[in-house]
Design a protein around this ligand. Structure first.
Ligand SMILES: [Zn+2]
Length: 697
């Protein structure tokens, strides 16, 4: 290739930068994605052949960053405070009145949709992206520069746009939100479905996960978006007097801002904006959970000051979760790993919070009867910031008499085996149930159990269908030839999927991971077996108390019952299951396949005494707990299970009987209620200090 001129390289970079600005700032794409990719590849070729043109802000630098070791903590030079929430019109009006009273006249306000993403602070020095830090606790955040650099939505260099009067400042810190648009969320999940990988739970968590990935190529492969909405440290020359001017200046520099932001002449106009937006928000291509309203004038902002926790000049109005109506067509019973049969509703597809929903959970049969939900009913469906949509109840006024009651399951839908009922739950009682085995196998190889990489749902299904795996132990002696005949679906860049034989490398990696998984120790094996009442916490308790599988199997129910948090029923159930010939055989075969059955957590009785004392002091013991909001390290459902294992009663609403409210990010009315009732509130940090650091995702 001929040596290009400097202007040729600069020209390519410029057009790629402009394409990004057009896409992310102006929402008017300049070129097709394929054309962008072609130009990017051309530039990358030039830079590779002629390294003298290397530049850290070149658009090519977004792809293929090297994996990083971890995230350094960085102090925010200007604290990144959180915003106070209000949940009703009265609260909002009260905020407006307080501000007006403090300033002495009606105020100009700016209202903009509150995008459900992850807050970051971007630092530009001499117009070049110098760093990106998450909010963290507001004072200290994680340095996520490597991942943020990989995102096309974020300019690596600031440009003074044509016609814009603003010059690129020496120093500019902008605060904003990185988020995953709905279409991207759905695209990734469609891809993961095909690959048999677990689905992303929700767009916000997926965004956080992308930012915290140690491999920047993950961020490069996901089309995250960014909008700026605030400022940190800025050079004196960047001296706007209002937020509205500040937004215009950012836009002039090529930084995306919220195009739906609205100037409001006072409280009434802001209220009208909030009300108008309520009707249209769900049609937006990204998740919005509220409206942020702030005082426009910077001097007035300063005058209002902050409360230490959050600024007084800004408030977030949170909308109630969206509720839609559709028709319930069918209820299927899904078989879980423990044989649990869970009702899943199939409904006429309906758009809710920006995505199309055709299925929802009905929780359990007791709920169905209590709410009198019938097939053919018009039902309310809600997706309350959470992942899985749920059927709230029937629209009784729309009944016409043709609705049919939902029958409890009489046979297992997978194996036609006997169904038994325990409390509100139904189970398939057939230990050989093929669906149960598949689910148990998926559980067994899962990250918190044996952690065998590369075995997605699709491969497990094939392994079971081809009878390569008929019991857990088979995973540790996978036949190489037969493995090579399995197929994985590969998603092409065009979005088309094709079937491919597993490559030798993939087979090797899976086998190696399985080899490695043999040495995870007793607690993980126990947790992986999928024995009822024996989750990871109870498994750890057993592993602390018994040196190996043999001594555990020799234990009497009374000995188990004496363990911390083992009630009589739990102990009896576990002892019973451990004694069944089928499970004993499973364990014997695992041992024969080289799986270690010794405990890594064993504590001699003397040292255990201390542990028991610690458990007696457990601040969670016998507490009634309510969980609200979202958490970094905890997935809600898993957290609920974990707390129940610790002896908590987890309930849905805050009352005088509640001992602790565990409030994550964006905790809503439940947190407010907790404050009203003076109930103890824990944040995630406190929760982690009590539970230890093991994440529950
Ligand atoms: Zn079954």
């Amino acid at each position: 290739m001929e040596r290009p001129t400097e202007s040729k390289v600069a020209g390519l970079r410029d057009i790629l930068d402009r394409a990004n600005t057009a896409y992310y700032v102006d929402a008017q794409p300049l070129m097709a994605d394929t054309e962008y990719d072609r130009l990017l590849a051309e530039l990358a070729d030039l830079e590779r052949l002629f390294p003298e043109f290397a530049d850290a802000t070149s658009p090519t630098m977004r792809v293929g960053g090297k994996p990083i070791d971890g995230f350094a903590q960085v102090a925010h030079r200007v604290p990144m405070q959180s915003i106070d929430n209000t949940y009703d019109i009265d609260g909002f009006i009260a905020w407006c009145r307080r501000c007006e009273k403090a300033i002495g006249h009606p105020l100009a306000l700016v209202a903009d949709p509150k995008i459900d993403g992850v807050a970051v602070s971007l630092r530009y020095e001499q117009g070049r992206l110098a760093g990106a830090v998450t909010r963290g606790d507001g004072a200290l955040g994680d340095d996520v520069t490597a991942n943020v650099r990989a995102m096309r939505a974020i300019p690596l260099r600031l440009h003074s746009a044509k016609g814009a009067s603003i010059a690129v400042p020496e120093l500019l810190e902008v605060r904003g939100e990185i988020y995953m648009p709905n279409a991207e969320f759905e695209r990734i999940n469609a891809q993961r479905t095909v690959r048999g990988e677990p689905l992303l739970a929700n767009a916000r968590n997926a965004t956080a996960g992308t930012l915290k990935s140690l491999d920047p190529s993950v961020a490069a492969s996901r089309r995250l978006a960014f909008i700026a909405h605030g400022r940190g440290e800025c050079s004196a020359q960047f001296n706007m007097t209002t937020h509205w001017e500040f937004l215009a200046a950012l836009r002039g520099l090529g930084i995306p801002v919220n195009r739906l932001a609205k100037m409001c002449a006072g409280a009434d106009e802001a209220l009208a904006a909030i009300e108008a937006f309520a009707a249209t928000r769900t049609a937006l291509p990204f998740g919005v959970d509220g409206m942020v309203v702030r005082v426009n004038d910077f001097a007035e902002q300063e005058q209002l000051g902050t409360t230490g926790k959050s600024p007084r000049w800004i408030v977030a109005f949170k909308y109630p979760p969206e509720r839609v109506q559709t028709i319930l067509r069918k209820v299927e019973w899904q078989v879980g790993k423990g044989g649990t049969l869970t009702p899943r509703a199939s409904m006429d597809p309906v758009v809710i919070s920006g995505s199309t929903v055709a299925h929802a959970t009905l929780h359990n049969f007791e709920e169905i009867t209590r709410k009198d939900i019938r097939i053919g009913d018009h039902v309310f469906v809600e997706k309350a910031g959470e992942v899985i949509p749920q059927v709230i109840g029937p629209v009784l006024s729309k009944r016409n008499g043709s609705e049919l009651p939902i029958e409890p399951p009489t046979l297992c839908p997978s194996c036609a085996g006997e169904v038994v009922q325990e409390g509100p739950k139904f189970f398939c009682a057939n230990a050989m149930c093929p669906r149960q085995f598949r689910e148990r196998l998926k559980w067994f190889v899962g990250r918190d159990q044996m952690n065998i990489d590369g075995l997605g749902e699709r491969l497990i299904d094939q392994l079971v269908d081809a009878k390569i795996v008929t019991q857990f132990a088979d995973l540790f002696c996978l036949p190489r030839d037969a493995m090579a005949n399995l197929e994985s679906e590969t998603v092409l860049k065009t979005g088309r999927t094709i079937l491919r034989r597993l490559g030798e490398k993939t087979v090797d990696a899976i086998m190696q991971s399985a080899q490695h998984a043999r040495t995870r120790g007793l607690a993980r094996v126990l947790a992986g077996l999928g024995i009822r009442h024996l989750g990871s916490t109870a498994s750890k308790t057993l592993a602390r108390s018994f040196a190996d599988m043999q001594s555990l199997m020799a234990a009497t129910p009374a000995e188990l019952e004496a363990l911390p948090d083992f009630g009589a029923l739990t102990a009896a159930s576990i002892a019973h299951d451990l004694a069944t010939p089928a499970l004993r055989e499973t364990i014997a075969k695992l041992e024969a396949a080289g799986v270690e059955m010794t405990s890594r957590d064993y504590q001699s009785p003397a040292s255990r005494h201390k542990f028991d004392a610690a458990v007696a002091d457990d601040p969670l013991r016998s507490k009634t707990v309510v969980i609200t909001g979202t958490f970094d390290k905890f997935e809600r459902r898993a957290l609920t299970e974990l707390l129940e294992q610790r002896g908590c009663k987890v309930t849905g609403s805050v009352s005088a009987k509640t001992d602790i409210v565990i409030a994550g990010e964006d905790a809503g009315s439940k947190l407010q209620r907790a404050h009203e009732l003076a109930v103890t509130v824990w944040n995630e940090e406190k929760l982690r200090s009590v539970l230890g650091d093991s994440p529950v995702l």
